[in-house]
Design a protein around this ligand. Structure first.
Ligand code: ASP
Length: 467
């Protein structure tokens, strides 16, 4: 007999079926044992009675919660009054005649039938594979899958193609520290993990791809602060020949359609999405991530807005130097090179953010595609001509072979999902997140590597934390 999913039992009254899954709970009523059996599709009630099969009944008595079992049995309508309208299979139960135990399970480290917020997070993350059995986390992963699928389908429908770009790459200046990967073959050299596919997607525009997207993993080695992860997922987009308005229009339609389709209980506060300039946002709300809701406690209201016309540069007090507000590839609104170099405080950029309920969920820009403008920006940021050549030579060189005007945007998928799923942290919408201090408690990472590995990589550890 072939195994079927539990959700199908509702339509199989009177049939013999084979099911498999985890024993969620066990109840014993006098001479009857009930299992709630859980698989990826749902929960079914399994019944064992000694009068039908003494041996099987004795076997069922040994089983404990979370054991993985296979059941063969007959699907029966539950007696009147014993039905559970709350679940899809609530009118049925399975009268077992075969029970196979695939594996036993220790007592799980915490309950999984609650929403789990009350449990120590360290404990949950250490045993994430158990924690994901919790209906809330499973629901979040399913919602994530559906949202990504929706975005993919939407963009494909608009003529975009998904292109993968390298994860082993070169340092990119996007404002954070890079994670670096030592090279075994080239002693003393390092790859860097991408902070975003920024330069690759621009190179794809030079390559004539025109409409690119990617569900891209981005890596930023930032000090733990707020609700961040050292790696996160971005829906990354780039288009050639579009104006800012066309990009914002695509972003708005994508979000509005997605909410309508997947989160119909949510209400978009205002459409078209309000557009504020950076200046207006700062003056009116004191932040470039304004929460424009009147009642901030209404969890089902989604207040999207665009913030545009950001300053091109910002002074980084900590580093005592000028930096790019978004990234150096952003196109300044002026083409006056002297102004770009000498008037940094007042140069505006073709940069835009999408803000949702006070959280920045997407950021993007039109890019400088004229080499002299891009070079002027780099110079304003303090790069010497030599450094520009060394770090960005490939991009500038590509622009000599026919570059279209282009621009794009990256959506922080984790943050968007946390908002629409009413989750307090992005860790709740990521299958295997790291802790707030960047550790993977389940895999125990970061961790030591062997002396041999270090030797092969031509590395010496000066001081180990433990010493
Ligand atoms: N690369 C940018 C970021 O990660 C997004 C973009 O400008 O498209 O913020």
């Amino acid at each position: 007999m072939e195994r079927i999913l539990i959700k199908e039992t509702g339509r199989r009254s009177g049939e013999k079926v084979k099911l498999a899954g985890w024993v969620r709970s066990i109840r014993s009523h006098g001479k009857i044992i009930f299992f709630d059996l859980r698989d990826a599709s749902g929960v079914a009630q399994i019944v064992f009675t000694p009068k039908d099969n003494e041996e099987l009944y004795e076997k069922a008595k040994e089983v404990r919660p979370e054991w993985v079992v296979e059941i063969e049995g007959e699907v029966k309508e539950r007696p009147e009054g014993m039905q559970n309208q709350g679940i899809e299979t609530g009118n049925m139960e399975i009268k077992a005649f075969v029970l196979n135990v695939f594996s036993q399970a220790k007592t799980i480290p915490f309950p999984i039938d609650t929403d789990g917020y009350e449990i120590n997070e360290k404990n949950r993350l250490e045993h994430r594979y158990v924690d994901i059995r919790r209906p809330r986390i499973k629901r979040n992963l399913e919602a994530r899958h559906k949202a990504i699928k929706f975005m993919r389908d939407f963009l494909v429908n608009e003529g975009f193609i998904e292109v993968e770009t390298p994860v082993l790459t070169k340092s990119t200046p996007e404002g954070a520290r890079d994670f670096v990967v030592p090279s075994r073959n080239y002693s003393g050299k390092f790859y860097a993990l991408p902070q975003s596919p920024q330069q690759y997607k621009q190179l794809l525009m030079v390559a004539g791809v025109e409409k690119y997207f990617q569900v891209a993993r981005c890596f930023r080695d930032e000090d733990p602060r707020g609700d961040r992860q050292p790696e996160f997922t971005q829906m990354d987009i780039e288009v050639a020949f579009w104006e800012q308005k066309e990009i914002l229009d695509l972003v708005e339609r994508l979000h509005a359609d997605l909410i309508k389709e997947l989160f119909p209980g949510k209400k978009i506060m205002k459409s078209p999405f309000p557009v504020l300039t950076y200046k207006e946002a700062m003056e009116k709300y004191g932040t470039d991530r304004p929460d424009i809701r009147k009642d901030k406690n209404d969890a089902d209201e989604l207040a999207f807005c665009f913030v545009v016309d950001f300053p091109m540069f910002e002074y980084k007090e900590g580093d005592k130097r000028w930096g790019a507000m978004h990234n150096p590839f952003t196109r300044p609104q002026t083409e006056d090179i002297e102004e770009i170099k000498n008037n940094k405080e007042s140069v505006l950029a073709h940069q835009y953010d999408l803000v949702l309920n006070g959280q920045e969920i997407a950021g993007g820009a039109l890019r400088s595609y004229k080499p002299d403008i891009l070079e002027a920006v780099f110079e304003s940021l303090g790069y010497s001509k030599e450094e520009i050549k060394k770090q960005f030579g490939h991009l500038l060189q590509s622009f000599e072979y026919g570059v279209p005007p282009h621009g794009g945007i990256g959506f922080g998928l984790d943050r968007f999902l946390a908002v629409v799923l009413n989750e307090p942290s992005i860790r709740e919408v990521i299958a295997f997140p790291k802790t707030g201090d960047n550790k993977d408690l389940m895999m125990d990472s970061p961790s030591d590597v062997s002396k041999e590995q270090l030797k092969e990589l031509h590395l010496k550890i000066e001081k180990n934390e433990k010493e």
